[in-house]
Write a protein that binds this ligand. Structure first.
Ligand code: THU
Length: 129
């Protein structure tokens, strides 16, 4: 269900510096699908990941909860979200939400948010603030 939208949006990635195009698709708990791709910048740290784009699209569309997410890239092994994106995903996904990592060759690996980000920083850690 998420493979095609993620595959399609990946082709629109702007990645002239790394040449590594990434696509991400989120199914929100509403059922709506939101997509994003990486958008690089000549000032390298200003680039954004595909997952961040998909999350921004989800929020802009009025959804706030991720039911499922899939990420795809032309990588030798199913592409894992970077550390920052794991924290971004965890903001909007329950620990048992499935994250499917894909290659454009058809390899897939499904993990949960909790498996991807053990020891996640949460609002509870700020309880004394
Ligand atoms: N990238 C993503 O968009 N998502 C990931 O999960 C891994 C990395 C992007 C960032 C950068 O544009 C390129 O891939 C190389 O790091």
């Amino acid at each position: 269900m998420l493979l095609k939208p993620a595959t399609d949006v990946r082709l629109r990635a702007y990645a002239p510096y790394s040449r590594f195009k990434v696509g991400a698709a989120i199914r929100a708990t509403s059922g709506a699908i939101h997509v994003g791709c990486n958008v690089e910048n000549v000032a390298y740290p200003e680039g954004t990941c595909a997952e961040a784009g998909a999350i921004a699209a989800m929020i802009a569309a009025g959804d706030t909860a991720i039911a499922e997410i899939l990420v795809i890239a032309d990588s030798p092994a199913p592409v894992p979200p970077c550390g920052g994106c794991r924290q971004k995903i965890a903001e909007f996904a329950a620990p048992d939400v499935k994250v499917t990592l894909c290659t454009t060759d058809g390899a897939q690996k499904t993990m949960t948010v909790a498996e991807l980000l053990p020891g996640v920083f949460t609002a509870a850690h700020m309880a004394k603030a």
